[in-house]
Ligand binder design. Structure first.
Ligand code: KIV
Length: 262
């Protein structure tokens, strides 16, 4: 999948959309050869690649560095870049300059967290010719005001708010919306109440597609085990075992052998 039009067609034809995060060249080369539909250079890079506690430490510079590396390995997928913490809150001029930078580095679209007072900026970016993916439910950049990574839309008031937010983002021209950490039934209601695709993470199976953090689905963390996550590989153990085998063979002097010598 290379264009946002295919996102739209996927929802219309009921074909689920797969999205994965990516932050580096080597992972991009692998993803490029898979059937995954689209790639997000998420601001989760701050946590996954840099070890920060939250995504608020992602900066435009950090995102640009990861985006450029991913782009060098990714030719066949739609590439979406996250607008980092507050980049879309520093005025339209700064927002547009950031979007300009990301598009020139190879992004086909940007993702912006939140609705409400962000909607006008999102519309301005869409009207400027850059596709925007919305993001509602748990919006990790607002973790300090939310008070933790907790399920959103649990009561009637907050779920109605999320339905209205989704409609406002659709009206602003978003081509899709990430729904994070909300009840599956609410995600279904939102998905059915808008025409653009919804991409879920911790939002159950009724969304138009799913997104996972690459390192999470590869099982690289021993300790990150939220209910919504399925690990498709025990990456932590596999990599640890490979490193230990290398260490052992160096110490046993069985590596390098004849075959690896000149
Ligand atoms: O930054 C990120 O990885 C994200 C996804 C979890 C949707 O925003």
């Amino acid at each position: 999948m290379k264009t946002i039009n295919e996102f739209k067609i996927s929802k219309e034809s009921n074909k689920p959309i797969s999205v994965v995060t990516c932050y580096d060249y080597w992972s991009a080369l692998i993803i490029n050869d898979t059937d995954i539909d689209a790639v997000l250079v998420g601001d989760s890079a701050a946590m996954v690649m840099h070890g920060f506690d939250t995504t608020v430490n992602a900066e435009v510079e950090m995102m640009s560095y990861h985006l450029a590396a991913v782009k060098r390995g990714l030719t066949e997928k739609l590439l979406i870049a996250d607008m980092p913490f507050l980049a879309h809150r520093k005025g339209d001029q700064y927002a547009i300059e950031t979007v300009d930078k990301f598009v020139k580095l190879g992004a086909n679209a940007v993702k912006i967290e939140g609705a409400g007072s962000n909607v006008a900026t999102i519309k301005h970016i869409v009207d400027s010719g850059v596709p925007v993916m919305g993001h509602i439910g748990l919006t990790p950049q607002s973790v300090n005001s939310i008070g933790g990574y907790v399920l959103q839309g649990k009561n009637e008031e907050t779920s109605n708010q999320l339905i209205n937010d989704a409609k406002a983002l659709e009206d602003a021209g978003c081509f899709s919306i990430v729904l994070e950490l909300i009840p599956a039934q609410l995600a279904k209601e939102i998905t059915e109440s808008i025409r653009i695709p919804t991409i879920g993470i911790g939002a159950g199976s009724y969304t138009s597609g799913q997104v996972l953090v690459l390192h999470d689905l590869l099982g690289l963390s021993k300790s990150f085990n939220p209910k919504f996550l399925r690990k498709y590989l025990n990456g932590y153990e596999l990599i640890k075992d490979a490193l230990n085998r290398y260490d052992q063979e160096v110490k046993l002097k069985t590596f390098p052998g004849e075959k690896e010598s000149y």
